[in-house]
Design a protein around this ligand. Structure first.
Ligand SMILES: Nc1ncnc2c1ncn2[C@@H]1O[C@H](COP(=O)(O)OP(=O)(O)OP(=O)(O)O)[C@@H](O)[C@H]1O
Length: 353
């Protein structure tokens, strides 16, 4: 639904150049909630602003719902009519809501409908429907100053939905909100994603946001995508920084020695099976559990466990193979595993999709 190809953005000021995006290849599937996470200055805002061409990319292409927006951009400072039309199908939600204080809640939601040329009665009807959808119909006549932060963001979301978008872009939509309000706004985004089939691209610096609402995520670093994939793929990727941050496995850091430490990730039905005790019984190995956690990530139950087996990796090839045969992702953390053993712990992208 959203694809960027070799996207670059270089900001040029009088005395310097900043490369904010350095060849970004992002792919967000239709109907997904995709989170882009990264430290301050990594290029997240530049990316989301290039996706709807609020910023003009320096090079590369942006395709949304099959349309190459970069080709529609035209050459002048003003966006072409075709780009404005395409953009009206991409909703955007902002961190600081960007509501007009002089207008009522309903008036704010009506604004994009005015720009789209809808008549007064139709605007009113549609704005009230949208406010109903976000749970704010009783506040239609209030002004933004009379609302809480969470309510303001709901107005921002209703306004973003005015053009019947297929894609919603969210630029740190919950960063200014307290944790409880954040949870309710994220639940609303999730509901809209499911009810309307909206594809959501959100940027955030909070791992909890990714964990709560995203089906897939990308980690940005220095203007590049360092890692990208579904939550399941990331958890199956050895050494994934995003997986480690999303779901810290816990347990003491592995020490060198005559032992093999592996991180095992369980998904779905496997979380309820006694695989570790089966492993111990079948192969007569003493398994020590160094750390374990269960959590719900992107709506799916996931368990991770760090276990220790006596002996080096070469002594444990068969028990590790047993765990992999049960469909578990196994990352050998220590025990002198050969490099290809690490690689084979990760199912391919195709296999896990
Ligand atoms: N309009 C601009 N002019 C010049 N440099 C800019 C401009 N906008 C962003 N930058 C620079 O581009 C780089 C990426 O910034 P960007 O805002 O995209 O990162 P970010 O990951 O969203 O950061 P944050 O989380 O702090 O918002 C930074 O070095 C920033 O200083």
């Amino acid at each position: 639904m959203i694809t960027t190809t070799d996207l670059t953005k270089v900001y040029r000021t009088r005395d310097r150049e900043v490369t904010a995006l350095d060849g970004v290849n992002l792919h967000v599937q239709e109907g997904e909630v995709h989170g882009v996470i990264g430290q301050s200055g990594a290029g997240k805002s530049s990316l989301i602003r290039c996706v709807n061409l609020l910023e003009t990319p320096t090079s590369g292409t942006v395709t949304v719902d099959g349309r190459d927006l970069t080709a529609l951009a035209g050459r002048g400072a003003r966006p072409s009519a075709a780009l404005r039309q395409a953009r009206s199908r991409i909703g955007m939600v902002f961190q600081h809501f960007n509501l007009l204080s002089s207008r009522t809640v309903r008036g704010n939601v009506e604004l994009p409908l005015e720009i789209l040329g809808l008549g007064r009665a139709e605007r009113r009807r549609k704005a009230l429907d949208l406010l109903d959808l976000v749970g704010l119909a009783p506040h239609a006549r209030a002004h933004p100053a009379q609302l809480s932060g969470g309510q303001k963001q709901r107005v921002g979301i209703a306004r973003a939905l005015a053009g019947d978008p297929k894609v919603l872009l969210s630029d740190e939509a919950t960063s200014a909100l307290d944790p409880e309000t954040t949870a309710s706004v994220l639940a609303l985004l999730r509901d809209l994603n499911r009810q309307l089939g909206l594809t959501v691209l959100l940027i955030t610096h909070e791992m909890d946001v990714v964990k709560t609402v995203c089906d897939s995520a990308s980690l940005m670093r220095d203007g590049r995508i360092a890692e990208s994939g579904t939550v399941r793929e990331l958890l199956a990727t050895p050494g994934s920084a995003l997986a480690a941050a999303l779901f810290p496995v816990g347990g003491p850091p592995p020490e060198d020695g005559d032992r093999t430490v592996v991180d095992v990730t369980f998904h779905g039905a496997a979380t309820g099976r006694p695989l570790i005790s089966q492993l111990a019984r079948t192969y007569h190995v003493d398994v020590s559990i160094l750390g374990a956690a269960m959590d719900t990530v992107g709506g799916a139950q996931i368990g991770r466990m760090r276990i220790e087996l006596p002996g080096r990796f070469s002594d444990n090839v068969v028990p590790i193979g047993f765990l992999r045969e049960q469909g578990l992702a196994v990352e050998v953390v220590t025990g002198a595993a050969p490099a290809d053993a690490q690689a084979s712990a990760a199912p391919t992208k195709e296999a896990t999709r």
